[in-house]
Design a protein. Structure first.
Length: 128
């Protein structure tokens, strides 16, 4: 696998640079190893899709897959669940989906600092 510090990677024996993101996507599709590694790859691709490609739909898909595989770290799980609600709400304009993830966030993390903000977003969306 040809990975490096940039998103476009020169691989030995290739005449054109490979897109690093596509290499990782292809690897994830066939990966049969530890689920924790797959979660890590999904979480790695999330900001790449947002910062490099402005593709919030793909970012959302990767966060959702990571969440569904079972993120063990509670702080990371909290962040991912909250971001699923925010991306569905603010970037994808999927109101029912955003409500679903905000409700799930509030139920799973009732004592977090983000909970009041999630409740506020949920109230705002319920008015629509």
């Amino acid at each position: 696998m040809c990975l490096g510090d940039s998103y476009i990677i020169n691989c030995p024996g290739k005449s054109k640079p490979q897109k690093g993101i596509q290499i990782i996507e292809d690897f994830i599709k066939t990966y049969k190893g530890d689920t924790k590694n797959k979660i890590m790859l999904y979480l790695y691709l999330d900001p790449v899709y947002i910062n490099v490609h402005k593709n919030y739909r793909k970012s959302f898909e990767h966060l959702k897959k990571a969440y569904e595989l079972g993120i063990a770290n509670q702080a990371k799980k909290e962040e991912v669940l909250y971001r699923l609600g925010r991306i569905a709400h603010e970037e994808l304009n999927k109101i029912e989906l955003a409500k679903y993830y905000y409700k799930k966030f509030i139920k799973e993390f009732p004592f977090t600092d983000r909970m009041p903000v999630a409740k506020s977003h949920l109230r705002e969306l319920s008015k629509r």
